[in-house]
Write a protein that binds this ligand. Structure first.
Ligand code: ATP
Length: 371
Protein backbone atom coordinates (compact mmCIF):
# COMPACT_ATOMS: atom_id res chain seq x y z
CA UNK A 1 0.00 0.00 0.00
CA UNK A 2 1.45 3.33 -1.00
CA UNK A 3 -0.48 5.89 0.97
CA UNK A 4 1.52 9.11 0.90
CA UNK A 5 1.22 11.47 3.86
CA UNK A 6 2.50 15.03 4.06
CA UNK A 7 2.53 16.57 7.51
CA UNK A 8 3.09 20.28 8.15
CA UNK A 9 5.37 20.44 5.11
CA UNK A 10 7.46 23.61 4.79
CA UNK A 11 10.06 24.66 2.27
CA UNK A 12 11.89 27.97 2.28
CA UNK A 13 14.44 29.21 -0.26
CA UNK A 14 16.11 32.04 1.65
CA UNK A 15 13.34 34.60 2.19
CA UNK A 16 10.92 32.84 -0.18
CA UNK A 17 8.39 30.58 1.50
CA UNK A 18 7.56 28.15 -1.34
CA UNK A 19 5.55 25.63 0.72
CA UNK A 20 3.88 26.89 3.86
CA UNK A 21 2.44 24.13 6.04
CA UNK A 22 0.87 21.47 3.85
CA UNK A 23 -1.06 18.56 5.36
CA UNK A 24 -2.29 16.01 2.85
CA UNK A 25 -3.05 12.31 2.62
CA UNK A 26 -2.84 10.72 -0.83
CA UNK A 27 -4.63 7.37 -1.04
CA UNK A 28 -3.14 4.19 -2.43
CA UNK A 29 -3.81 4.04 -6.18
CA UNK A 30 -5.23 7.56 -6.29
CA UNK A 31 -4.69 10.02 -9.16
CA UNK A 32 -4.24 13.29 -7.29
CA UNK A 33 -3.72 16.55 -9.18
CA UNK A 34 -2.12 19.64 -7.65
CA UNK A 35 -3.17 22.80 -9.50
CA UNK A 36 -2.52 26.47 -8.88
CA UNK A 37 -1.08 29.62 -10.43
CA UNK A 38 2.58 30.03 -11.30
CA UNK A 39 4.76 30.25 -8.20
CA UNK A 40 2.17 28.78 -5.79
CA UNK A 41 4.58 26.02 -4.73
CA UNK A 42 3.16 23.01 -6.56
CA UNK A 43 6.44 21.92 -8.24
CA UNK A 44 8.32 22.38 -4.99
CA UNK A 45 5.78 20.15 -3.22
CA UNK A 46 6.33 17.47 -5.87
CA UNK A 47 10.11 17.82 -5.68
CA UNK A 48 9.93 17.43 -1.89
CA UNK A 49 7.96 14.22 -2.45
CA UNK A 50 10.61 12.99 -4.88
CA UNK A 51 13.43 13.93 -2.51
CA UNK A 52 14.89 16.39 -5.04
CA UNK A 53 14.55 19.16 -2.44
CA UNK A 54 15.06 18.83 1.30
CA UNK A 55 12.27 19.95 3.64
CA UNK A 56 12.67 23.00 5.89
CA UNK A 57 10.18 21.45 8.28
CA UNK A 58 7.56 18.70 8.31
CA UNK A 59 7.38 15.03 7.50
CA UNK A 60 6.75 12.83 4.44
CA UNK A 61 5.58 9.23 4.77
CA UNK A 62 5.21 6.70 1.98
CA UNK A 63 3.52 3.42 2.71
CA UNK A 64 3.88 4.16 6.44
CA UNK A 65 7.66 4.70 6.12
CA UNK A 66 9.18 8.04 7.09
CA UNK A 67 11.05 9.10 3.94
CA UNK A 68 11.60 12.77 4.85
CA UNK A 69 15.39 12.47 4.62
CA UNK A 70 15.61 9.39 2.38
CA UNK A 71 17.62 9.77 -0.87
CA UNK A 72 15.53 10.09 -4.08
CA UNK A 73 16.81 6.75 -5.43
CA UNK A 74 15.61 4.96 -2.31
CA UNK A 75 12.04 6.29 -2.41
CA UNK A 76 10.91 4.06 -5.29
CA UNK A 77 9.08 6.86 -7.07
CA UNK A 78 9.35 7.76 -10.76
CA UNK A 79 9.33 11.36 -11.89
CA UNK A 80 8.01 12.49 -15.31
CA UNK A 81 9.06 16.01 -16.31
CA UNK A 82 7.71 18.67 -18.63
CA UNK A 83 10.89 18.62 -20.75
CA UNK A 84 10.96 14.76 -20.92
CA UNK A 85 14.59 14.70 -19.66
CA UNK A 86 15.66 12.07 -22.20
CA UNK A 87 19.34 11.54 -23.04
CA UNK A 88 19.68 12.86 -26.63
CA UNK A 89 22.48 10.47 -27.64
CA UNK A 90 20.58 7.33 -26.54
CA UNK A 91 17.85 5.43 -28.36
CA UNK A 92 14.39 5.09 -26.88
CA UNK A 93 15.31 1.64 -25.58
CA UNK A 94 18.54 2.85 -23.93
CA UNK A 95 16.70 5.78 -22.36
CA UNK A 96 14.10 3.40 -20.94
CA UNK A 97 16.56 0.80 -19.67
CA UNK A 98 19.41 3.07 -18.52
CA UNK A 99 18.23 3.38 -14.90
CA UNK A 100 17.51 -0.34 -14.56
CA UNK A 101 20.86 -1.32 -16.10
CA UNK A 102 22.92 1.03 -13.96
CA UNK A 103 21.18 -0.09 -10.76
CA UNK A 104 22.48 -3.62 -11.34
CA UNK A 105 19.29 -4.97 -9.74
CA UNK A 106 17.83 -6.55 -12.88
CA UNK A 107 18.85 -9.40 -15.17
CA UNK A 108 18.95 -8.74 -18.95
CA UNK A 109 15.92 -11.03 -19.38
CA UNK A 110 13.94 -9.08 -16.80
CA UNK A 111 14.90 -5.78 -18.44
CA UNK A 112 13.80 -7.09 -21.88
CA UNK A 113 10.52 -8.38 -20.46
CA UNK A 114 9.73 -5.02 -18.83
CA UNK A 115 10.63 -3.00 -21.94
CA UNK A 116 8.39 -5.20 -24.12
CA UNK A 117 5.54 -4.84 -21.65
CA UNK A 118 5.93 -1.04 -21.42
CA UNK A 119 6.25 -0.75 -25.22
CA UNK A 120 2.96 -2.68 -25.57
CA UNK A 121 1.18 -0.60 -22.94
CA UNK A 122 2.30 2.69 -24.49
CA UNK A 123 2.38 1.56 -28.12
CA UNK A 124 5.98 2.69 -28.57
CA UNK A 125 7.64 -0.43 -30.05
CA UNK A 126 8.63 1.51 -33.18
CA UNK A 127 10.32 4.23 -31.10
CA UNK A 128 12.73 1.95 -29.27
CA UNK A 129 15.46 2.22 -31.91
CA UNK A 130 15.08 5.95 -32.55
CA UNK A 131 16.91 8.76 -30.80
CA UNK A 132 14.88 11.62 -29.24
CA UNK A 133 15.64 14.09 -32.05
CA UNK A 134 13.84 11.73 -34.44
CA UNK A 135 10.71 11.71 -32.25
CA UNK A 136 7.84 14.20 -31.95
CA UNK A 137 7.09 15.83 -28.58
CA UNK A 138 4.28 13.38 -27.90
CA UNK A 139 6.53 10.41 -28.76
CA UNK A 140 9.28 11.69 -26.47
CA UNK A 141 6.81 12.01 -23.63
CA UNK A 142 5.62 8.43 -24.26
CA UNK A 143 9.21 7.19 -24.04
CA UNK A 144 9.66 9.20 -20.84
CA UNK A 145 6.52 7.51 -19.50
CA UNK A 146 7.98 4.15 -20.56
CA UNK A 147 11.08 4.88 -18.52
CA UNK A 148 8.86 5.63 -15.51
CA UNK A 149 6.70 2.52 -15.95
CA UNK A 150 9.50 -0.06 -16.28
CA UNK A 151 10.69 0.70 -12.80
CA UNK A 152 7.30 -0.39 -11.42
CA UNK A 153 7.46 2.42 -8.85
CA UNK A 154 5.24 2.86 -5.82
CA UNK A 155 4.22 6.27 -7.15
CA UNK A 156 4.43 8.38 -10.29
CA UNK A 157 5.26 12.04 -9.73
CA UNK A 158 4.43 14.08 -12.83
CA UNK A 159 5.39 17.73 -13.25
CA UNK A 160 3.40 19.38 -16.06
CA UNK A 161 4.15 16.44 -18.39
CA UNK A 162 1.89 17.68 -21.19
CA UNK A 163 2.63 21.39 -21.24
CA UNK A 164 5.17 21.23 -24.09
CA UNK A 165 2.67 19.55 -26.41
CA UNK A 166 0.31 21.34 -28.77
CA UNK A 167 -3.34 21.64 -27.75
CA UNK A 168 -4.62 18.69 -29.82
CA UNK A 169 -1.90 16.30 -28.68
CA UNK A 170 -2.40 17.39 -25.09
CA UNK A 171 -6.03 16.26 -25.21
CA UNK A 172 -4.97 12.94 -26.74
CA UNK A 173 -2.22 12.35 -24.17
CA UNK A 174 -4.60 13.34 -21.36
CA UNK A 175 -6.88 10.49 -22.35
CA UNK A 176 -3.88 8.19 -22.63
CA UNK A 177 -2.68 9.06 -19.13
CA UNK A 178 -6.16 8.37 -17.77
CA UNK A 179 -6.18 4.99 -19.54
CA UNK A 180 -2.68 4.20 -18.26
CA UNK A 181 -3.76 4.98 -14.72
CA UNK A 182 -6.82 2.75 -14.93
CA UNK A 183 -4.55 -0.07 -16.18
CA UNK A 184 -1.68 0.33 -13.73
CA UNK A 185 -3.55 1.81 -10.75
CA UNK A 186 -0.32 3.29 -9.45
CA UNK A 187 -0.55 6.17 -6.96
CA UNK A 188 0.01 9.30 -9.06
CA UNK A 189 0.65 12.90 -8.05
CA UNK A 190 0.32 15.21 -11.04
CA UNK A 191 1.18 18.91 -11.06
CA UNK A 192 -0.32 21.34 -13.55
CA UNK A 193 -1.39 24.97 -13.86
CA UNK A 194 -4.10 23.91 -16.33
CA UNK A 195 -7.48 23.60 -14.64
CA UNK A 196 -8.91 21.49 -17.48
CA UNK A 197 -6.17 18.90 -16.98
CA UNK A 198 -6.79 19.03 -13.25
CA UNK A 199 -10.55 18.57 -13.60
CA UNK A 200 -10.36 15.80 -16.22
CA UNK A 201 -7.51 13.74 -14.73
CA UNK A 202 -7.83 14.17 -10.99
CA UNK A 203 -9.83 11.80 -8.84
CA UNK A 204 -9.22 14.54 -6.30
CA UNK A 205 -7.78 17.97 -6.97
CA UNK A 206 -5.67 20.07 -4.61
CA UNK A 207 -5.89 23.81 -5.31
CA UNK A 208 -2.81 25.65 -4.02
CA UNK A 209 -2.03 29.34 -3.61
CA UNK A 210 0.90 31.04 -1.88
CA UNK A 211 2.38 27.76 -0.64
CA UNK A 212 -0.87 26.66 1.00
CA UNK A 213 -3.75 24.36 0.19
CA UNK A 214 -6.94 26.28 -0.54
CA UNK A 215 -9.18 23.21 -1.00
CA UNK A 216 -8.95 19.47 -1.71
CA UNK A 217 -11.97 17.82 -3.29
CA UNK A 218 -13.36 15.84 -6.18
CA UNK A 219 -13.45 18.02 -9.33
CA UNK A 220 -17.23 18.54 -9.43
CA UNK A 221 -17.34 19.38 -5.72
CA UNK A 222 -14.64 22.04 -6.25
CA UNK A 223 -16.71 23.51 -9.04
CA UNK A 224 -20.05 23.41 -7.26
CA UNK A 225 -18.95 24.18 -3.70
CA UNK A 226 -15.77 26.30 -3.69
CA UNK A 227 -14.83 26.96 -0.09
CA UNK A 228 -13.33 30.36 -0.79
CA UNK A 229 -13.13 33.09 -3.37
CA UNK A 230 -9.74 31.96 -4.64
CA UNK A 231 -10.99 28.48 -5.62
CA UNK A 232 -14.23 29.93 -7.01
CA UNK A 233 -12.30 32.21 -9.36
CA UNK A 234 -9.54 29.75 -10.24
CA UNK A 235 -11.78 26.83 -11.21
CA UNK A 236 -14.12 27.53 -14.13
CA UNK A 237 -13.61 29.26 -17.47
CA UNK A 238 -14.93 31.90 -17.98
CA UNK A 239 -14.43 32.63 -14.31
CA UNK A 240 -17.21 33.05 -11.76
CA UNK A 241 -18.61 36.59 -11.61
CA UNK A 242 -17.83 38.38 -8.36
CA UNK A 243 -20.26 41.18 -7.46
CA UNK A 244 -19.70 43.29 -4.32
CA UNK A 245 -22.86 43.66 -2.21
CA UNK A 246 -24.01 44.66 1.28
CA UNK A 247 -25.96 42.03 3.18
CA UNK A 248 -28.99 43.44 4.98
CA UNK A 249 -32.12 41.73 6.32
CA UNK A 250 -31.49 38.61 4.26
CA UNK A 251 -30.99 40.59 1.05
CA UNK A 252 -27.98 41.33 -1.15
CA UNK A 253 -27.87 45.04 -1.96
CA UNK A 254 -25.85 46.35 -4.91
CA UNK A 255 -25.82 49.85 -6.44
CA UNK A 256 -28.19 48.59 -9.17
CA UNK A 257 -30.19 45.77 -7.55
CA UNK A 258 -31.58 44.47 -4.30
CA UNK A 259 -32.32 40.74 -4.32
CA UNK A 260 -33.35 38.28 -1.63
CA UNK A 261 -30.69 35.85 -0.52
CA UNK A 262 -32.00 32.32 -0.80
CA UNK A 263 -33.70 30.97 2.30
CA UNK A 264 -31.69 28.31 4.03
CA UNK A 265 -28.52 30.04 2.91
CA UNK A 266 -26.47 31.65 5.57
CA UNK A 267 -25.53 28.20 6.73
CA UNK A 268 -21.78 27.82 6.57
CA UNK A 269 -20.50 25.41 3.93
CA UNK A 270 -18.93 23.36 6.70
CA UNK A 271 -22.38 21.87 7.22
CA UNK A 272 -22.31 20.20 3.80
CA UNK A 273 -18.77 20.11 2.74
CA UNK A 274 -16.10 20.58 5.36
CA UNK A 275 -15.48 24.25 4.51
CA UNK A 276 -14.78 27.05 6.95
CA UNK A 277 -17.35 28.25 9.39
CA UNK A 278 -17.86 31.83 8.29
CA UNK A 279 -21.09 33.39 9.56
CA UNK A 280 -22.85 36.28 7.90
CA UNK A 281 -23.62 39.31 10.04
CA UNK A 282 -26.21 41.89 9.08
CA UNK A 283 -24.74 44.96 7.38
CA UNK A 284 -21.64 43.07 6.28
CA UNK A 285 -19.82 43.61 2.96
CA UNK A 286 -19.84 40.46 0.92
CA UNK A 287 -19.14 39.20 -2.59
CA UNK A 288 -21.96 37.56 -4.51
CA UNK A 289 -20.58 34.86 -6.80
CA UNK A 290 -22.40 33.49 -9.81
CA UNK A 291 -21.06 31.55 -12.76
CA UNK A 292 -21.61 32.97 -16.27
CA UNK A 293 -23.65 29.90 -17.27
CA UNK A 294 -25.92 30.33 -14.24
CA UNK A 295 -27.15 33.74 -15.40
CA UNK A 296 -30.06 33.43 -17.82
CA UNK A 297 -31.62 36.08 -20.02
CA UNK A 298 -35.03 36.50 -18.48
CA UNK A 299 -38.09 35.61 -20.47
CA UNK A 300 -40.94 37.96 -19.55
CA UNK A 301 -43.43 35.22 -20.51
CA UNK A 302 -42.27 32.76 -17.87
CA UNK A 303 -39.91 34.39 -15.40
CA UNK A 304 -42.01 37.22 -14.01
CA UNK A 305 -41.92 35.74 -10.48
CA UNK A 306 -38.12 35.65 -10.32
CA UNK A 307 -35.94 38.57 -9.24
CA UNK A 308 -33.96 40.04 -12.12
CA UNK A 309 -30.74 41.99 -12.53
CA UNK A 310 -30.10 44.47 -15.36
CA UNK A 311 -26.83 44.21 -17.28
CA UNK A 312 -25.50 46.36 -20.09
CA UNK A 313 -23.85 44.37 -22.89
CA UNK A 314 -20.42 45.77 -23.80
CA UNK A 315 -19.05 43.06 -26.09
CA UNK A 316 -20.63 39.94 -27.61
CA UNK A 317 -18.40 36.96 -28.36
CA UNK A 318 -19.99 34.14 -30.37
CA UNK A 319 -18.18 30.94 -29.31
CA UNK A 320 -20.14 28.59 -31.54
CA UNK A 321 -21.71 26.47 -28.81
CA UNK A 322 -22.57 29.53 -26.70
CA UNK A 323 -22.61 33.30 -26.78
CA UNK A 324 -20.40 35.03 -24.23
CA UNK A 325 -21.63 38.48 -23.27
CA UNK A 326 -19.22 40.84 -21.51
CA UNK A 327 -21.48 43.11 -19.50
CA UNK A 328 -21.58 45.76 -16.79
CA UNK A 329 -23.89 45.64 -13.81
CA UNK A 330 -23.50 49.25 -12.62
CA UNK A 331 -19.73 49.55 -12.15
CA UNK A 332 -19.19 45.80 -11.85
CA UNK A 333 -17.98 43.73 -14.82
CA UNK A 334 -19.87 40.52 -15.40
CA UNK A 335 -19.93 37.74 -18.01
CA UNK A 336 -23.06 35.94 -19.15
CA UNK A 337 -22.92 32.71 -21.13
CA UNK A 338 -26.06 32.78 -23.25
CA UNK A 339 -27.57 30.49 -25.84
CA UNK A 340 -25.82 30.80 -29.22
CA UNK A 341 -27.49 32.83 -31.98
CA UNK A 342 -29.35 35.14 -29.56
CA UNK A 343 -30.07 38.41 -31.39
CA UNK A 344 -28.34 40.60 -28.81
CA UNK A 345 -26.15 43.56 -29.71
CA UNK A 346 -23.52 45.54 -27.83
CA UNK A 347 -25.02 48.56 -26.08
CA UNK A 348 -28.26 46.75 -25.28
CA UNK A 349 -29.46 46.33 -21.69
CA UNK A 350 -30.57 42.80 -20.85
CA UNK A 351 -32.46 41.52 -17.88
CA UNK A 352 -31.05 38.38 -16.30
CA UNK A 353 -32.32 35.91 -13.78
CA UNK A 354 -30.70 33.02 -11.93
CA UNK A 355 -31.35 29.89 -9.94
CA UNK A 356 -30.99 31.01 -6.28
CA UNK A 357 -29.46 27.62 -5.40
CA UNK A 358 -26.54 28.44 -7.70
CA UNK A 359 -25.58 31.64 -5.86
CA UNK A 360 -22.40 31.81 -3.80
CA UNK A 361 -21.59 34.36 -1.13
CA UNK A 362 -18.10 35.14 0.15
CA UNK A 363 -16.82 37.22 3.03
CA UNK A 364 -15.47 40.40 1.38
CA UNK A 365 -12.50 40.50 3.76
CA UNK A 366 -11.40 36.90 4.23
CA UNK A 367 -12.75 35.47 0.95
CA UNK A 368 -14.22 32.55 2.89
CA UNK A 369 -17.47 31.14 1.53
CA UNK A 370 -20.69 31.60 3.52
CA UNK A 371 -22.28 29.21 1.03
P1 ATP B 1 5.29 27.16 -11.91
O1 ATP B 1 3.93 26.75 -12.35
O2 ATP B 1 5.67 28.54 -12.45
O3 ATP B 1 6.35 26.13 -12.09
P2 ATP B 1 5.00 26.45 -9.11
O4 ATP B 1 3.65 26.61 -8.53
O5 ATP B 1 5.41 25.10 -9.49
O6 ATP B 1 5.19 27.46 -10.32
P3 ATP B 1 7.38 26.52 -7.52
O7 ATP B 1 8.29 26.24 -8.67
O8 ATP B 1 7.14 25.45 -6.55
O9 ATP B 1 5.99 27.08 -8.03
O10 ATP B 1 7.95 27.81 -6.78
C1 ATP B 1 7.37 28.33 -5.58
C2 ATP B 1 8.18 29.55 -5.15
O11 ATP B 1 9.48 29.14 -4.76
C3 ATP B 1 8.37 30.58 -6.25
O12 ATP B 1 8.32 31.85 -5.66
C4 ATP B 1 9.75 30.28 -6.77
O13 ATP B 1 10.34 31.43 -7.32
C5 ATP B 1 10.48 29.80 -5.54
N1 ATP B 1 11.53 28.82 -5.85
C6 ATP B 1 11.36 27.59 -6.40
N2 ATP B 1 12.54 26.94 -6.51
C7 ATP B 1 13.47 27.80 -6.03
C8 ATP B 1 14.90 27.73 -5.86
N3 ATP B 1 15.59 26.63 -6.20
N4 ATP B 1 15.53 28.81 -5.34
C9 ATP B 1 14.84 29.91 -4.96
N5 ATP B 1 13.51 30.04 -5.07
C10 ATP B 1 12.83 29.00 -5.60
Amino acid sequence: MTTVTLQNLHKEFGDVVAVNGIDLEINHGEFLVIVGPSGCGKSTTLRLLAGLESTTDGRIEMGGRDVTTVEPKDRNVAMVFQNYALYPHMTGRRNITFGMKSSGDFTDEEIDRRVTEAADTLDIADLLDRKPDAMSGGERQRVALGRAIVRDPDAFLMDEPLSNLDAKLRIQMRAELARLHSTLETTTVYVTHDQTEAMTLGERVVVMNDGQIMQVDEPQVLYDFPENRFVAEFIGDPAMNMIPVDVKDGRAIHETFDIPLPSGNGQPKSNQNGAGDAQITDGQRAILGIRPEDLHLSDPQTNDELPTIDAEVNVREPLGDSLLLHCSIGNTSCNIQAEPRMPITAGETVSVTYDPARLHLFDAETGEAFY
